[in-house]
Design a binder for this molecule. Structure first.
Ligand code: ATP
Ligand code: MG
Length: 408
């Protein structure tokens, strides 16, 4: 048996909802490790304790836990009776075979009723360890720290502490729909909210069959990657080629990108209302491309019925890129595709779209009919982690519902 202790931090601040957050984290941990021989996940004194049937899957357990929002840090632990000799023996066993480093022991009495105070425990255990393995003690700047958590009758000895992703457990923060292009930014934007405990369904707009289906494949791959973090993802693939063909006939070139974006926001908003999500998310950044100006953002917001969250709005590209690499979305994002928004649009879109000109251009379009048309061609896929592939929801009823006009 292997014991892993998972520490959360921010959850402890949540007062009366505390146990609700902890149960959610425990449930997510169970789901994330479902196929890795986990015997038990239980909540004890301010932490989760995982029991694994063996050490065999540790590398994979570690990888998955480090991705899961809501974890501050975690570590494999040796579980011993709260007895000085037993604790010292566990430390000695754990240090054997490692290269000696200036070290210290840090004791934390999780239960203050334990009769020996922490500094005294550190001294008593440390003495035995030094006698047995000869590592030099270094209290102020240790190169290696052995941590011991002492409860009333038992103790946990930790050697290697792994950082978690921070944030809050997914499911604790409601639901927001992310507009997922095939680019670098939007998957990172989705992750920023996932990390805050928000469940994030994804909507991708494509112009297949006018353009090839590469962008859809990229969206699917990105959805699969994000599922490793939120464990469950619904992806909506929405065809807007017919709409774009209409736009090309009636809308001046420099306004097309704005009109496309406003349509995307309407469609995503309709999906969001149906599934009771409270916000939309985009990967927009002020000034990153010509179309992302404050004026244009205003013109896009004007078409929305829900708040649009833009978690990257003030973030530089290099920071976003690093985050995408860490997330594992970057390699997919840079695959060349035919972006549906550059279809029939000029290289230099309007940077200051006046609301008046936008509304005038839109008046020539039968927006509601085009919304219904896009919604009736929607494809909905569900992904789970762990799991393989996607489950397509061939649900005509869902399509019909989404095509119906929805009032906020
Ligand atoms: P990204 O890297 O996310 O594609 P970008 O810098 O290329 O962003 P734009 O192409 O201007 O920016 O898109 C701005 C935002 O609009 C995207 O971050 C995304 O949220 C949304 N968006 C753009 N195209 C699509 C699409 N085809 N499907 C869904 N959302 C889209
Ligand atoms: Mg893009």
């Amino acid at each position: 048996m292997t014991t892993v202790i998972v520490h959360y931090q921010e959850i402890t601040l949540k007062g009366r909802n505390r146990s609700w957050f902890i149960n959610m984290l425990a449930r997510n941990v169970r789901l994330a490790l479902a196929d890795l021989d986990v015997v038990e996940v239980r909540s004890t004194v301010g932490r989760l304790e995982l029991t694994l049937a063996s050490d065999d899957h540790w590398e994979e357990v570690r990888t998955r836990l480090s991705r899961l929002p809501g974890i501050d840090h975690f570590a494999k632990a040796v579980h011993v009776p709260a007895d000085v000799d037993a604790m010292a023996a566990a430390v000695i066993a754990g240090l054997r075979g490692r290269t000696p480093l200036p070290f210290r022991i840090k004791v934390h009495r999780a239960d203050k009723r334990f009769p020996i105070k922490s500094p005294e425990l550190e001294r008593l255990i440390g003495q035995q360890v030094v006698d047995a393995v000869g590592w030099p003690v270094e209290l102020s700047h240790p190169k290696f720290v052995v941590r011991i958590d002492v409860l009333m009758t038992e103790a946990y000895v930790f050697f290697d502490r792994e950082p978690g992703a921070g944030g809050l457990p997914v499911g604790s923060g409601g639901k927001a729909v992310c507009l997922l292009s095939g680019g670098i930014d939007s998957p990172v934007a989705a992750w920023r909210l996932i990390r805050r405990g928000v469940r994030v369904p994804l909507v991708h707009f494509h112009s297949y069959p006018i353009l090839n289906d590469v962008s859809q494949e990229k969206a699917r791959e990105l959805a699969a990657t994000l599922t490793k973090y939120q464990l469950k993802t619904r992806l909506y693939l929405v065809p807007i080629g017919a709409f774009q063909q209409q736009v090309v006939v009636t809308v001046p070139p420099e306004l097309r990108v704005i009109i496309y974006r406003r349509m995307m926001v309407r469609l995503a908003g309709r999906i969001a209302l149906r599934i009771r999500a409270d916000a939309l998310i985009t990967g927009e950044v002020v000034g990153q491309v010509a179309s992302q100006t404050l004026e244009n953002i205003r013109a896009i917001d004007d078409a929305a019925t829900l708040p649009i969250l833009r978690p990257l709005i003030g973030t530089d590209k290099d920071v976003i890129t690093k985050e995408a690499i860490r997330l594992g979305t970057y390699a997919t994002s840079i695959i060349p595709d035919q972006d549906c928004c550059t279809l029939f649009t000029p290289r230099y879109p309007a940077t200051r779209a006046s609301m008046e000109s936008v509304l005038r251009a839109e008046a020539a379009l039968d927006i509601e009919a085009l919304v219904v048309e896009a919604m009736s061609g929607i494809v909905i896929e569900d992904r789970r982690f762990p799991g393989t592939g996607a489950e397509t929801i061939e649900n005509d009823k869902m399509r019909r519902l989404l095509a119906q006009e929805t009032q906020p």
